[in-house]
Design a protein around this ligand. Structure first.
Ligand SMILES: Cc1cc2nc3c(=O)[nH]c(=O)nc-3n(C[C@H](O)[C@H](O)[C@H](O)COP(=O)(O)OP(=O)(O)OC[C@H]3O[C@@H](n4cnc5c(N)ncnc54)[C@H](O)[C@@H]3O)c2cc1C
Length: 377
């Protein structure tokens, strides 16, 4: 085991889990977060996140997701918080779409507790939705929802209990490998570490401008809709869902606070500067999601009751950037989760700790290799 002194830069979704995993191994770790812990100004806010295992983004994620689920449960055991609820998930879309092919491939290649339904069977079991005759529906029993703010809070709090230190409201201005160490400057103060892992989410390119071409911060708009049939949208009646339709990809989560249902677009609304994001929402940005609600949810009103604005770092291939920065052996990066990183956060924390401890991990993360976008200059 390394006796290194490690810095984790950005204690949001991935950083909090990395700090927890490092502290669990007894590795001395210091976190830097520019805001407070579990703030909602970045990629972790908005009340809920989907967890799913039959994976639209590719079956290569399934082993990571299985391990992530175990670690979500471990974090719940260690902290006593209820973070992940597996109430099932519907993956819906045309059979010949790439994303539904990935879902089917995931259940064919791995042992996932699931059922395949045709549109008619799905309609009988889940009448809240309107299905199209050519839709295929996979009911993933290993899917559900996560409470994101509480998850970040729980991981950071647990890391501190295990000995990690967190500098809150401490913005890292620069990192530099010098003479066998890494120099970190935060709020104008100098620190020195043996290794550094950067988990800065939408701010990643501020520390690695080289990635600007392939990693952009994008605006995400979340929407919650009212209904007078709320009992049909409680977690036991309404599995989370991800749906591909002709002109929109969207998802939904049951009512958690008991007054409205979250149905959100997967589409993003342009590149943003994370330090200067405008949080107003134009009617035109709601057009497609309102139309989808109107078309597919007859019991929901198609004008949202709650709207919120967030962001995430998106890469050009929508896979994250995870590993050592090329030509650097003390600086690691984990960013660019492209709108689907929350469910993976605990396993990413384990991978981060593996990289710090051994320089490698047993998980196949070849599709996330930073070298596809960076030369390390
Ligand atoms: C609205 C919304 C819905 C989503 N839905 C889902 C979903 O259903 N399922 C799913 O799996 N994923 C989902 N995602 C994606 C997922 O939430 C993100 O991929 C994930 O949260 C990214 O985590 P991160 O750690 O990279 O970024 P963040 O959580 O944003 O963490 C980065 C942290 O670094 C800090 N930071 C940045 N720069 C510095 C600096 N220089 N110094 C100090 N601190 C710094 C930031 O303040 C922040 O706290 C969704 C994302 C959004 C926004």
């Amino acid at each position: 085991m390394t006796s290194n002194n490690v810095a984790v830069i950005g204690i949001g979704t991935i950083g909090s889990m990395t700090l927890w995993q490092l502290a669990r191994r007894g590795i001395k770790a210091v976190g830097f977060e520019q805001f407070g812990i579990a703030h909602d100004r970045s990629a972790a806010g908005g009340e809920s996140r989907m967890f799913r295992t039959a994976y639209m983004e590719g079956p290569e994620y399934v082993p990571l997701l299985k391990q992530s689920r175990e670690l979500w449960e471990a974090l719940e055991d260690e902290t006593g918080y209820n973070l992940l609820t597996l109430n099932g998930g519907l993956m819906i879309g045309p059979k010949d779409s790439t994303r539904m092919k990935n879902v089917i491939q995931s259940v064919n290649d791995f042992d996932i507790d699931s059922e395949i339904l045709d549109a008619e069977q799905a309609h009988i079991r889940f009448p809240q939705h309107k299905f199209k005759p050519d839709d295929i529906v996979l009911l993933d029993h290993e899917a559900g929802y996560i409470r994101p703010e509480l998850a970040v809070f729980a991981a950071a709090e647990r890391a501190e209990q295990l000995g990690a230190v967190i500098h809150r409201h401490a913005k890292v201005d620069s990192i530099e490998e010098v003479d066998g160490a890494v120099k970190v400057v935060a709020n104008g103060k100098n620190y020195e570490f043996d290794q550094v892992i950067v988990t800065a989410g939408p701010w990643t390119t501020k520390l690695f401008p080289e990635l600007k071409q392939n990693l952009k911060s994008r605006k995400i708009v979340m929407t919650w809709y009212p209904t007078d049939k709320l009992s049909n949208y409680k977690p036991d009646a309404f599995p989370v869902f991800g749906r591909i339709s002709d002109d929109i990809q969207f998802f939904g989560i049951p009512t958690l606070e008991g007054t409205m249902v979250k149905i959100g677009s997967v589409d993003t609304f342009g590149e943003v500067d994370p330090d200067n994001i405008l949080r107003d929402v134009k009617l035109s940005e709601l057009k497609q999601i309102n139309k989808a609600v109107q078309n597919f949810f007859p019991e929901l009103r198609s004008d949202p009751m709650r709207i919120s604005v967030h962001m995430d770092g998106y890469t050009t291939d929508e896979h994250a950037v995870v590993g050592a920065v090329p030509k650097h052996n003390k600086t690691f990066i984990m960013g660019g989760y492209s709108g689907h990183g929350f469910k993976l956060a605990p396993v990413m924390g384990e991978i981060g700790a593996d990289l710090i401890e051994d320089g490698r991990t047993k998980f196949d993360i070849s599709h996330l290799d930073p070298a596809r976008f960076m030369k390390g200059e």
